[in-house]
Design a protein around this ligand. Structure first.
Ligand SMILES: Nc1ncnc2c1ncn2[C@@H]1O[C@H](COP(=O)(O)OP(=O)(O)OP(=O)(O)O)[C@@H](O)[C@H]1O
Ligand SMILES: [Mg+2]
Length: 468
């Protein structure tokens, strides 16, 4: 990737001198004599290094530093100053400038300072990158769960991390597919290099190729400069193709070729580039079905699916729910430090355990964040959980009158209870509340039906009145 340098100085001769020195070193150079132009250039384009005069005619060089620091990643700013203003230069360094050079400029000094600034830049980028990744923590500590399948999952992740094979992770939305993908990368020998997540569903179909493979300037209208694609960024590291099931077969052919040959070309470029990436794909689609209806290429499927990891929905591993809940309480307590929540009430825990979580772990996470935002005490209570959890409790206490202690909060039990009660009422109504007839229809003993009528607190007399 070519290093791009911006030179800002009202002295045209100085701009030219710097341009010549820096271009000789192979850097791309843009110059301007106006501060405001510099500000818009910094805003619109990516520069790695900026040389700026401290005293520009229209604005102060300090504003250039401020604008540069707003960019992520920020370019390194090197100030050019007359000897007299060294104090200001020192001040500028305190504000984040990398270094300063005094006039007249020595070409050697320019070369050395630029080189160091670039080295520092790469280092800073790497450290920032690492810090960011580590702060999101992808070790096993952050993968919570004590169920048998979580135990198996950890073993599979370690196995996948040690091997070089491609991986397909399947599972419903919110089950932790991305978390697993990261855990594989960060436990593999590629962990020093990038983990590059690409959400295939979020990129327009006509753009996915240029986003993934990159493009060269002029490849299409709007391709104003070369662009590195995600595949190239992931070289040495891992490429995470999320929602792979959303891609088109046309694109899948191209992807297959990169995976097989380790070669690709940027859009608009004829020569091939090499790439050494580890491919991890995820989907909540049934790829076998997609193959059957020709929306997913079978060859790509077999090439990717060397290691398959399936994440079961949360409702199939309910024993993980309380652990996950506490894990998220701890997580969100850091986000909301004024909250003192440390635990759940038994009722809240029960409401969570009994919930079916169509949104899986993400839904649980959101529920806990909701509870922290809306709660004030030291425990997550049912009242602080989102409405879906509260409604369930309301149903348990109000929708089933006289349920008494026989009905627990368990939805299945409750559903069965409601269903059976309703069914018996229907059978009685059908048979003019004649218990023997209704029992025959239901294929149970008369006494048995009588017991149920008692148990379900069905008022046969009022049913009769309803009828007449
Ligand atoms: N076992 C787990 N332990 C701790 N946190 C988890 C676990 N599983 C999932 N999470 C958290 O749940 C959230 C959703 O996980 P993730 O984004 O990995 O799901 P996903 O399967 O990729 O979902 P989608 O299909 O919607 O993209 C994340 O914040 C993740 O950290
Ligand atoms: Mg995901």
């Amino acid at each position: 990737m070519q290093i791009r340098i911006l030179v800002v100085d009202d002295e045209l001769s100085l701009c030219k001198t710097l341009e010549i020195i820096l271009k000789k070193e192979g850097y791309g150079v843009v110059t301007t004599q106006l501060g405001v132009t510099a500000l818009s250039l910094i805003y619109e384009q990516d520069f790695n290094v900026i040389f700026t005069d401290l005293n520009l005619p229209d604005i102060s060089g300090l504003e250039i530093i401020t604008e540069a620091k707003r960019r992520i990643p920020s370019p390194q700013v090197i100030l050019i100053t007359a000897f007299a203003s060294i104090e200001t230069a020192v001040d500028a360094i305190k504000r984040g400038a990398y270094d300063y050079l005094t006039k007249p400029l020595s070409p050697d000094k320019v070369r050395v300072t630029t080189k160091r600034a670039i080295e520092k830049l790469t280092l800073t980028e790497q450290v920032d990158h690492l810090r960011q990744e580590v702060s999101q923590c992808f070790g096993f500590d952050n993968m919570v769960g004590k169920s048998q399948c979580m135990y198996e999952l950890r073993k599979t992740i370690l196995y996948a991390a040690k091997s070089a094979g491609s991986v397909v992770i399947t599972g419903e939305s919110g089950t932790g597919k991305e978390l697993v993908a990261r855990a594989i990368h960060y436990n593999s020998n590629r962990k020093e290099n990038s983990f590059v997540p690409v959400n295939c569903a979020a990129i327009a179909k006509e753009l996915i190729e240029s986003e993934l493979f990159g493009y060269v300037r002029g490849a299409f209208t709007g391709a104003l400069r070369d662009k590195v694609g995600f595949i190239e960024l992931s070289s040495g590291g891992s490429l995470f193709l999320d929602e792979i099931g959303e891609t088109t077969p046309d694109f899948q052919v191209k992807l297959l070729r990169v995976i097989q040959n380790g070669e690709f070309n940027r859009v608009g470029e004829s020569s091939y580039r090499k790439v050494d990436a580890r491919y991890i794909a995820a989907t909540n689609k049934d790829l076998k079905k997609a193959i059957a209806d020709a929306s997913f290429r079978e060859d790509l499927y077999y090439r990717l699916n060397v290691i398959n990891i399936h994440l079961p929905p949360l409702r199939q591993r309910r024993e993980d729910i309380p652990l996950l809940a506490v894990h998220f309480i701890n997580k969100y307590r850091q986000k909301y430090p004024d909250k003192n929540v440390t635990d759940l009430t038994p009722e809240a825990a029960e409401a969570l355990i009994n919930h079916d979580f169509p949104g899986n772990v993400r839904e649980l996470e959101n529920a806990i964040e909701h509870a922290l935002v809306f709660g004030h005490g030291d425990k997550v209570t049912v009242d602080t959980l989102p409405a879906t959890f509260r409604d369930r409790r309301d149903m348990a206490t109000t929708a089933v009158p006289n349920a008494g202690p026989k009905v627990s909060l368990k939805p299945l039990k409750m559903a069965k209870y409601e269903f059976e009660r309703g069914f018996i009422i229907e059978a009685l109504k059908e048979n003019e509340c004649n218990i023997s007839k209704a029992a025959r229809l239901l294929d149970i003993h008369r006494q048995n039906l009588q017991l149920k009528i008692k148990e379900f607190d069905i008022d046969v007399d009022s049913l009769k009145q309803e009828k007449s």
